[in-house]
Design a protein. Structure first.
Length: 598
């Protein structure tokens, strides 16, 4: 370059390649007979510079091309193999860690939200250092003043042990600030995700609960585990079939009935007769899913779906319906023998005899065991059992909950005596939900449908299976209404709601294989409004005692039926059924038969 520079300066200075020359003279340079050496070196230098620049551009373009190809291949691979980690991480940040559960109207039943816990870390001050500034007993006393429900002695023992552990879960921010002001570094507040049930213990047996790092337990939390925890599915709340308002009213009235009779428990179901949707279902006593830990909870037994009971005289309308369908009962005015029935060494008799003969309407109004037993005898074991099988009373109840009781059939259902007592609700144990499904089929035109806790769209309602003729269903609606007007169900007759139903009281089996005379199950199965049934209501009181509130009576007419009488006016308007005293089922022909006139 040192020898080239003077030549370049000389040539440019001499005007050899000046821009002031005419263009024609410059164009002749390439065609001259000789080219100076300096000019050749300049051309070569420029050529090498251009070549280097082009190679660099090509190299950079190649690198970008390779990066683009790698990115495209990565995107294609992720499209087939799964989601990018960044997408999953983003979804985890934006979505709740567990999906929400609501009632049919969108009211929240279960949801997840960030929460704080109070954690003791004895190593927070450093290894070998004293974990607490104050004495454990003093710290426990101060924590007790912040959290009144805390066990002070247990907390002091944990602090003194020097072992890390939870002192309290679900700490409110304002309480965390008060603990922070104590100045104890070992008291820490890890942020966690809490499963919260805004309605408290309401619908606890339906919802179940969640155990940290183990998932849902018991109810729909367990059934919906995959959907509630899957990032792709948990963004949308899961709507159950229940109405939180109806659920609250059902639990309230059941609790009132249970406490009034000093019973050990109660259960109830409100069922849509046309869809099988469970509008409310309760089992008492209940539990609070907000305070359930890994050790479980008390009172988790679900009497509505898991408890099997002999439901007594509530079976009598079903037996009569099967007999009408089969042609065994054709003339409702026919008088049946109502005297005690001798079957081998056993005798079937009525609790309160009403005469030597009764027709079918009278037998239902007076709840006659003897007449129903004779009807079941004429119907025969095959046809009666087929009706029970058609109503799915040989299987666990159709509902999504994992806790489902298996019906208990007698060892020899073909025995004549057994068949007769099954006809009026003994020797066969089923759940209250079984009974609700059966009554829905009996009053809705004869179609059995499975019950469900999922809210159904119109197109998702199952077609069901015909169990009773439509004409038989119409006749049974009349007779159930008649029982509420003139029979044992009078205390369930809510004015304007045209309630129809049947009571049932059955002694509970004892450990010796017989029946207890002091422990009974009281049940009332009903539907409303009977001129166009929309809902079935079943209430059951477990071991009621005769109290002043029940006129010192234990039977269903004095405890289970009044629950329905108070419940229906509360839930009717919520469910779109308003009282109307100008309408009713025409039972004029049955009324004359009940009164003994023709």
């Amino acid at each position: 370059m040192s020898t080239l520079s003077p030549q370049l300066g000389l040539e440019f200075g001499a005007g050899v390649f000046s821009d002031n020359e005419p263009r024609s003279s410059r164009d002749q340079i390439g065609s001259g007979p000789a080219i100076p050496a300096g000019r050749v070196q300049l051309v070569q230098l420029r050529f090498q510079s251009v070549l280097t620049a082009r190679l660099r551009v090509l190299l950079i373009a190649g690198i970008f091309t390779l990066v683009a190809i790698a990115a495209i291949l990565r995107i294609v691979w992720l499209g087939f193999a799964g989601h990018a980690p960044s997408q999953s991480s983003l979804a985890d940040q934006l979505l709740p860690p567990r999906g929400e559960i609501t009632d049919r109207n969108g009211a929240p039943l279960a949801r997840a939200f960030p929460a704080y816990a109070l954690w003791f870390d004895p190593k927070a001050m450093g290894d070998g250092g004293k974990p607490l500034v104050s004495e454990p007993a003093d710290v426990a006393s101060k924590l007790k003043s912040i959290f009144p429900s805390m066990d002070e002695a247990k907390t002091a023992a944990l602090l003194a042990s020097g072992q890390a552990g939870y002192l309290k879960r679900r700490v409110l921010p304002e309480d965390a600030n008060r603990v922070f002001e104590l100045g104890e570094v070992a008291l820490q507040f890890p942020q966690e995700t809490d499963r919260h049930y805004p309605q408290g213990s309401l619908a606890a047996h339906i919802l179940g609960y969640v155990v940290e790092q183990q998932g849902g337990r018991l109810g729909m939390e367990q059934v919906l585990e995959k959907r509630l925890s899957d990032p792709e599915l948990r963004s949308e709340p899961v709507a159950l079939s229940i109405d939180v308002r109806v659920q609250g009213a059902l639990e309230d009235e059941l609790r009132r009935g249970m406490l009034a009779t000093d019973a050990i428990g109660a259960a109830g179901v409100v069922l849509d007769v046309d869809t099988g949707e469970i509008m409310a279902m309760a089992s008492l006593p209940e539990f609070d899913p907000n305070i359930v830990g890994a050790d479980g909870a008390p009172n988790v037994f679900n009497r509505a779906t898991n408890g099997v009971y002999e439901l007594g005289s509530t079976f009598k309308p079903l037996t009569v319906a099967a007999a009408i369908d089969a042609g065994v009962v054709r003339d409702l005015s026919k008088n049946w023998n109502a005297r005690p029935v001798e079957v081998g060494k056993r005798t079937i008799q009525d609790l309160k005899p009403k005469g030597s003969t009764l027709n079918v309407p009278q037998a239902l109004v007076y709840s006659s065991n003897t007449v129903t037993a004779r009807i079941a005898d004429e119907l025969g074991t095959e046809r009666l059992q087929q009706m029970l099988v058609d109503l799915r009373m040989d299987q666990r109840p159709f509902v999504e909950l994992p806790a489902k009781g298996k019906p208990l059939w007698p060892q020899n259902p073909d025995n004549r005596h057994t068949n007769m007592v099954i006809g009026y609700g003994h020797s066969l144990a089923v759940t209250p939900l079984h009974l609700a499904n059966a009554y829905a089929a009996m009053v809705n035109g004869g179609i059995w449908r499975p019950s469900t806790l999922h809210k159904l769209a119109v197109e998702d309602v199952p077609r069901g299976k015909r169990v009773f003729k439509a004409s038989t269903s119409a006749r049974m609606r009349q007779m159930l209404r008649m029982i509420s007007l003139y029979g044992t169900g009078r205390s369930a007759d809510a004015k304007g709601y045209r309630v129809g139903g049947k009571t049932g009281s059955a002694e509970k089996p004892n450990a010796r294989g017989g029946y207890s005379e002091r422990k009974i199950i009281s049940t009332f199965a009903a539907a409303f409004p009977m001129d166009r049934p929309r809902y079935v209501v079943v209430t059951m009181i477990d071991e009621p005692r005769g109290t002043k509130a029940s006129s010192f009576q234990r039977t269903a007419a004095f405890n289970a039926a009044p629950v329905v009488g108070r419940l229906v006016p509360r839930i009717g308007p919520m469910l779109g059924v308003r009282p109307d005293s100008s309408r009713d089922v025409d039972i004029s022909d049955l009324r004359y038969l009940v009164e003994g006139r023709k």
